[in-house]
Design a protein. Sequence first.
Length: 205
Amino acid sequence: MDGSWLILAGGGLVAGVLAGILGIGGGFIIVSLLIALNYPFPQAVATSSLVIIMSSSAGSFYNWKMGYLNLQRVIYLAIPAIIFAPLGAYLTGEIPEYILLIVFASFMLINIALIQLKQSMAAKQHQSTKRFNPVASRLITGGLAGFLAGLLGIGGGVIMVPLQMLLLNEDIKTAVRTSLGVIVTATISSCVYHYLKAMFCLFQV
């Protein structure tokens, strides 16, 4: 047996830690590892989504048990995330793999800027003076996170947390905990699509 399982186990461990601390699913790590091990991109996305469900669920359960999780906030963002996640998952099977790889690599670079933005906003205890429409803000935040979860196999928390802070005026701790809960619903929606698609292809054979 080769040592690839050790690499994947280590990646899963790091992804789980990131999920609990930063409110992200760790999908960037998992997808990158699977691609490096020559897994097809759609398969890497589907596998990452399943792993993210487990890691994010564990973190969300802890937050809920400790009384840190506001279910109402989660639901408001989860609804658009659940709707848009299958759309991203659908496009994963329709877009050529080399384009998906370019998009994934580009978003990894954007990810660096988003992390820096989040840290900057948290350091300043950012509270926006602008008032955005809360319904539109939740649609944009949850919908974009769900779409990225389905398309790239990431939780979407890396973009959701800064948007929650910017558009919804949430502090970073609230944003991280809410994001983790939304990630669970978005990735479940994505996984259901991948499962149904696999079953459809199986019966077509």
